[in-house]
Design a binder for this molecule. Structure first.
Ligand code: GLN
Length: 484
């Protein structure tokens, strides 16, 4: 069953080939068997999953099942899940049991999904390798000495090893697309405002967006349809009809204009990755697409801008973790200031502290204009580059990450090196655009991802473009040997 895509599993449930309980047990067994090696889950909710699966089977027996009723999935541990630990990968929230469900969790449950558990992640979603998690690093299923990418590394690894048929993630600067690329799965980060952020623990509010990991674009279409939509509890959620992402998957790509930004193929890109990405683009030509060279001239400013904006917003968002309202509190504080200082000092890891310090500095009186305001102005230039590009092309393609997965420990002492793993993904968040990563090959046994960037609200078109490639190729169906 684990070799089937979510769409195939939905059909299997519908045709009575297996029950939701059997399916859920199958994945729980795989988690038990393999997750010791991967560390992709922080919490496994076996009991509640079995209950939910039984309830789904009962609904089906009564003829009340929907398309997604009884399908298992995992949630990134950044989404609040009522009655279940929601740690955000941090010691700070190791003792935190969420009192409510995030909108994404609620909507997906209502659509029929059965939650298997909560996946490991970089602490507060800050990282590109899953090494900053309080719960230890996640391993890449294709090579256990390598990182799965981050920050949604647990979700990507779990789907790649088929410990879950699908998972949610969040993407602030690349945290869905980069781990999807490094683990060889399909990932989608929607337009900012498409998916509610309510109940999703905030990192950088103007950049964060929930999204999905699946085995295929078709799976991502099913998943997105169940989680997207307006939410009055999120002031940046946009009131716009959710499309039927399934119905356009087969549309023709005849005449599709693909833009290749020269900045995404410049120095710093691994030769093997470049070769696989070009091969995928050539395949699109055979499907009737036409290729155009374009330029996104401010690309090199994306990382510096992001590393002002994201830390600034995180320093503000993370001020709520003060030892009073939720999470870790130090032992025997001598006074209020001592409690704040020690609770935060003990609760947060090094990368989170680094970001809080950078952000607090950037926002302080006298520096706000020089850093935060300036960064926001440059951010506008980056958006304008995309707007100009989308006057000429329908979709932008390039590598998702500059190299395949790197070794655990290889970049953990060098924050700048680590930050550069997102050079091709960050600008998309700064502009609020949708983006995907799909597997298009391997270099030395490690997966390579192709990034697809669309204009605002073009999720259906992106899924269609990804799906057409996947109909002709099988990169997305390959599984790491050890987990077959
Ligand atoms: N790797 C980037 C960072 O560390 C992006 C993380 C994310 O998208 N959550 O901030």
């Amino acid at each position: 069953m684990h070799k089937m895509t979510l769409a195939q599993l939905a059909r299997g449930l519908h045709d009575g080939e297996f029950s939701s309980l059997e399916l859920t047990e199958h994945f729980l067994k795989r988690i038990e068997q393999y997750d010791e090696q991967l560390n992709s889950f922080i919490t496994v909710t076996g009991e509640t999953a079995r209950e939910a699966a039984k309830a789904a089977d009962a609904r089906r027996a009564q003829g009340q099942a929907g398309l997604l009723t009884g399908l298992p999935l995992a949630h990134k541990d950044i989404f609040n899940t009522r009655g279940v630990k929601t740690s955000c990968g941090s010691r700070m929230l190791d003792n935190y049991i969420a009192p409510y469900d995030a909108t994404v969790v609620e909507k997906m449950r209502e659509a029929g999904f059965v939650m298997l558990g909560k996946t490991n992640m970089d602490e507060f979603a800050m990282g590109s390798s899953n090494e900053t998690s309080f719960y230890g690093p996640v391993r890449n299923p294709w090579h256990l000495e390598y990182v799965p990418g981050g920050s949604s590394g647990g979700s990507a690894a779990a789907v790649a090893a088929r410990l879950a048929p699908a998972a949610t993630g969040t993407d602030t600067g690349g945290s869905i697309r980069q781990p999807a690329a490094l683990c060889g799965v399909t990932g989608l980060k929607p337009t900012y405002g498409r998916v509610s952020r309510w109940g999703m623990i905030a990192f950088a509010s103007s950049l964060d967006q929930g999204g999905v990991f699946g085995a295929s674009a078709e799976d991502c279409a099913l998943l997105l349809g169940s989680m997207a939509g307006f939410d009055e509890r999120d002031s940046t959620s946009i009131d716009r009809t959710v499309e039927d992402y399934q119905s356009s998957l087969e549309n023709t790509l005849e005449g599709l204009r693909i833009g290749l930004p020269k900045e995404y193929f410049a120095a710093g890109l691994d030769a093997g990755v470049a070769e696989r990405v070009h091969a995928a683009i050539r395949h699109y030509e055979t499907l009737g697409a036409e290729i155009r060279d374009i330029s996104l001239p401010n690309s090199q400013l994306a990382a510096p801008v992001y590393y002002v904006v994201a830390p600034a917003e995180c320093s503000s968002n993370l001020s709520r973790f003060d030892g009073v309202r939720f999470g870790h509190r130090c032992e025997d504080p001598k006074d209020l200031v001592d409690m704040y200082m020690r609770s935060r000092g003990e609760g947060f890891g090094d990368e989170v502290k680094r970001r809080i310090m950078v952000g607090t500095y950037a926002l302080s009186a006298g520096y706000y204009d020089a850093y935060y305001l300036k960064a926001q102005q440059v951010r506008r230039l980056i958006s304008n580059d995309f707007a100009a590009a989308f006057d000429e092309v329908d979709v932008i393609m390039g590598p998702t990450a500059p190299s395949p997965a790197f070794k655990i420990g290889e970049k953990s002492d060098d924050p700048i090196e680590m930050y550069l793993s997102d050079i091709y993904t960050i600008a998309v968040n700064l502009a609020g655009l949708p983006g995907m990563s799909i597997p298009v090959g391997e270099v030395d046994g490690l997966p390579v991802g192709l990034q697809l960037i669309g204009n605002y609200w073009s999720e259906a078109r992106l899924l269609n473009i990804a799906h057409r490639y996947q109909q002709d190729t099988d990169w997305h169906l390959r599984m790491p040997d050890v987990f077959v």
